[in-house]
Write a protein that binds this ligand. Structure first.
Ligand code: ATP
Length: 224
């Protein structure tokens, strides 16, 4: 049997006081879309940050059978983890194109190809090619933040509350695009507070409560 794409075992994240993530274990198989649900402060962000290497942790994290929990962030990204942080951090002063280009470690022709692919997925970004990122709407900035992770061709994409601060119609559109990304073969692990949106996409859901997994649902059970 092949290893799951992501394997988390006994993961704890503590910043000093009570753990933000407390002995959490789960796996994500290739092609899954796993939603991490929970209230503010439940530990969703800390869990995603630990996976990409931005939070102190104990426990084990393996990607496609190889342990990554002691690797630096850059190595984890090279290994196939894409990370879209909460609050759509893009380079505000750089153009849309340059934001994407800066995320691609490849020769110019390949860079252009990947940017074109991103524009095919997000036509609204193509229309703003030369505009600075700060000029974009919140929804477009979120697309750009997702595009910056996608151009690195991740096997597993971590998204931290992509719908946060977006008007309902925009959030809905964004989730349709995420469904397309999932359908094209990228595995997703998505922190979300909006259960309805998460349910539209999820193959599985984990409910986090005070750093622990309080319940696990299939996507169908969540939708029901
Ligand atoms: P949110 O929706 O606010 O992002 P969350 O479910 O993602 O919530 P976390 O941000 O992971 O939750 O926070 C979990 C707990 O860890 C909270 O009690 C929070 O205050 C604490 N925490 C998060 N980051 C830090 C940090 N850098 N230093 C100290 N405590 C932190």
């Amino acid at each position: 049997m092949t290893a799951p794409l992501l394997e988390i075992a006994d993961l704890t994240v503590a910043y000093g006081g009570a753990p933000a993530v407390d002995r959490v274990s789960f796996t994500v198989s290739e092609g899954d879309c796993v939603a991490l649900l929970g209230a503010n402060g439940a530990g969703k962000s800390s869990l995603l940050r630990a996976i990409v290497g931005l939070a102190p942790l104990t426990g084990r994290i393996a990607l496609a059978g190889t342990r990554i929990d002691r690797q630096r962030v850059e190595a984890r990204i090279r290994a196939g983890i894409g990370y879209v942080p909460e609050g759509r951090r893009v380079f505000a002063g750089l153009s849309v194109r340059d934001n994407l280009a800066a995320a691609i470690a490849a020769p110019a022709a390949e860079r252009t190809r990947r940017i074109d692919e991103t524009y095919a997925l997000f036509p609204q970004l193509a229309a703003r090619d030369r505009d600075a990122a700060w000029q974009l709407s919140g929804g477009q900035q979120q697309m750009l933040a997702i595009g910056r992770a996608l151009v690195q061709r991740p096997k597993l994409m971590l998204l931290d509350e992509p719908s946060l601060g977006l008007a309902p119609a925009l959030a809905f559109n964004l989730f349709e695009t995420l469904a397309g990304i999932a359908a094209s073969g990228t595995t997703l692990l998505l922190a979300e507070q909006n259960v309805r949106l998460a349910a539209s996409l999820a193959s599985h859901a984990l409910i986090l409560h005070r750093g622990r997994i309080a319940a696990r649902y299939s996507g169908d059970a969540l939708r029901a």
